[in-house]
Write a protein that binds this ligand. Structure first.
Ligand code: ATP
Ligand code: MG
Length: 246
């Protein structure tokens, strides 16, 4: 193997729900990999709620990838497989738009593998939460089971997150999907809310995987996420040891 052959690793970012901070954490994780000198890429295989302008590629049109490209200080190659207009689960968005289910997960997987092979590490943002249907017969969880890549679970910090996080992590582990850990996004260390104050204690006792980072609300301005961003630095140890060990 030549010294310049990319490592071709993939790490998925899933979450306990839609709108929990997967895209924010995807950008932070990508910056962390950039910070340890890896050729880093970002993928969003399936994107709902995105209108493709005539002639536009899904990669250009994906709002999540647009955000990642805007926030990262260091440029990052990106790829999106399919953009769907309706802000709904991919299966329903696809059927509504095309009149029949047209998502071909085998083709998208092959494209993702090809894209991933071009970088040392590709951070892949999954759609919604793990039980979101992608086709009439397959969920995110089922698809991840066929791919067997490692994942990070993004969770909210507020009341209700214990149940959602434990269900999500345990569903992944039951299918032998390696879970590197949980990233809590939007954490307020000064919160006076008892649910937030005690979350570290509850996760410490009941969560079967580590919390990799407690990410505060970060300012999301153009080029604001760099490898020396505090929220990024918190991710270095776990990600560096994954790259070395996996
Ligand atoms: N740590 C954070 N700092 C600042 N804003 C955050 C943070 N985490 C989440 N948000 C905000 O919460 C909202 C949802 O975040 P994000 O788009 O990353 O969620 P998502 O899980 O990727 O959603 P989707 O399922 O639509 O892809 C955004 O407005 C984002 O700016
Ligand atoms: Mg997102």
């Amino acid at each position: 193997m030549s010294e310049n052959t990319p490592l071709g690793k993939r790490l998925w970012i899933t979450g306990t729900d839609t709108d929990v901070g997967k895209t924010v954490v995807t950008a932070l994780v990508a910056a962390a990999f950039q910070g340890i000198g890896l050729k880093t890429q970002v993928a969003k295989p399936l994107q709902s709620g995105a209108v493709l302008l005539p002639g536009q590629s899904p990669t250009v049109a994906s709002p999540d990838l647009q955000s990642v490209r805007a926030w990262l200080k260091t440029a990052v190659p990106t790829w999106c497989g399919v953009c769907l207009e309706a802000p709904a689960t991919p299966w329903i968005a696809d059927e509504t738009q095309h009149g029949h289910p047209s998502i071909d997960l085998e083709r998208i997987t092959a494209q993702l593998i090809d894209f991933g092979a071009q970088g040392d590490v590709t951070v892949v943002e999954a759609a919604g939460g793990v039980y979101v249907p992608l086709t009439p017969t397959q969920t995110v969880l089922g698809w991840l089971t066929t791919i067997a890549d490692p994942v990070i679970v993004v969770a909210r910090p507020n009341l209700g997150t214990i149940n959602h996080t434990l269900l999500t992590v345990n569903a992944l582990l039951e299918r032998n999907i390696p879970v590197l850990g949980v990233v809590v996004s939007g954490w307020d260390s000064d919160s006076t809310d008892i649910a937030q104050q005690t979350l570290p204690q509850v996760f410490e006792r009941f969560l079967p995987v580590p919390v990799l980072a407690w990410v505060p609300r970060v300012a999301l301005n153009p080029q604001c996420i760099r490898p020396d961003h505090g929220a990024v630095e918190a991710l270095f140890p776990a990600l560096a040891s994954w790259v070395k060990g996996a």
